[in-house]
Design a binder for this molecule. Sequence first.
Ligand SMILES: Cc1cc2nc3c(=O)[nH]c(=O)nc-3n(C[C@H](O)[C@H](O)[C@H](O)COP(=O)(O)OP(=O)(O)OC[C@H]3O[C@@H](n4cnc5c(N)ncnc54)[C@H](O)[C@@H]3O)c2cc1C
Ligand code: SF4
Length: 327
Amino acid sequence: MRNFSYLRATSATEAGQAAQQAGAMLLAGGTTLLDLAKCGVSEPETVIDITHLSGMGSIVVDTAGARIGALARMSEVADHKDIRAVFPAVSESLSLAASAQLRNMATIGGNLLQRTRCSYFRDPGAFPACNKRNPGSGCSAIGGVTRNHAVLGTSQACIASYPGDLAVALVAFDAVVETDSRKLAIDDFFLCPGDTPDRETLLQRGEIIIAIDIPASDVARNSTYLKVRDRQSYEFAAASAAIGLELEADGRTIRDIRVALGGVAAKPWRARAVEQALVGKALEADAVEKAGRLAMEGAVAHGGNRYKIELAQRVVARAILKMGGLA
Ligand SMILES: Cc1cc2nc3c(=O)[nH]c(=O)nc-3n(C[C@H](O)[C@H](O)[C@H](O)COP(=O)(O)OP(=O)(O)OC[C@H]3O[C@@H](n4cnc5c(N)ncnc54)[C@H](O)[C@@H]3O)c2cc1C
Ligand code: SF4
């Protein structure tokens, strides 16, 4: 890890200006940044510490929804009683992410901006070819070990999956990312790799995430996050689903439904085809399983990740049926 200089910012404006310099990086909880610096993926010249900025760590929940400061810790949001009541899927996605120690350290802004767990990306010494790290160098994963790679939203340049949990719940419920200069719908905020896998979000150099807004809705209040992973203690998702379900007064007909997928796509993945297939339909196992298959429309497997196609369909169906009291 190479030496870097350290700046403790006293305001978001100072941090934003300093972060515009080449080689500068913002430091929040540091659990992604320092990891990547140690393995040689990130080589910051200046680290700008924003953890002490005031006003960016608050969590406010009212009738309009929730506003979560970018510096709120994962554990604070997961355990917040109003977030648990009004946005259960958001709370669960955080409780099921990483370890307790990491959740106590890591922030919401940093969580959204975590990088892929593609092992080729994280080992520059052994695998120089990585279009995400080094544009135009190729992709070491294609034709390699791909068990954790994406099947949706990939390109010929990169098949890495987005690893985070929280963003999946946020995409399901139309959250908005507020930066120091604009507001961005979270579904637009994350980018698929296309020809430029090094560009993962719409953030510009030096732009700081200030807060996340999540609008309140009945469908968000009745929601869950189901995560399937290789071990229960802590692990990234092999496949996950954030589901919101609102039924008509008859207790059977689906009035509104939200479906988003994690662990299987290049970005947090909203499965609108599943939602459209189920709105207005009776909540029945056959219909849900059939609609769940639409979640994987357009999926492309690369060897070892083929299992994700069936797994994700099952995760979606199981989560919807669980919400509806049928599983
Ligand atoms: C062993 C391990 C297991 C994990 N398991 C999971 C898991 O199961 N699920 C999951 O979702 N995550 C998991 N993670 C990832 C973890 O959640 C992230 O490392 C963490 O959320 C990052 O937050 P941070 O505050 O530490 O970010 P930092 O490391 O401080 O920052 C990350 C990036 O975001 C930038 N940044 C930070 N804040 C801002 C801001 N406000 N505005 C603009 N840029 C900003 C930084 O410059 C940096 O590039 C795991 C991590 C580890 C190490
Ligand atoms: S999948 Fe993406 S991140 Fe992984 S080696 Fe290929 S280009 Fe790099």
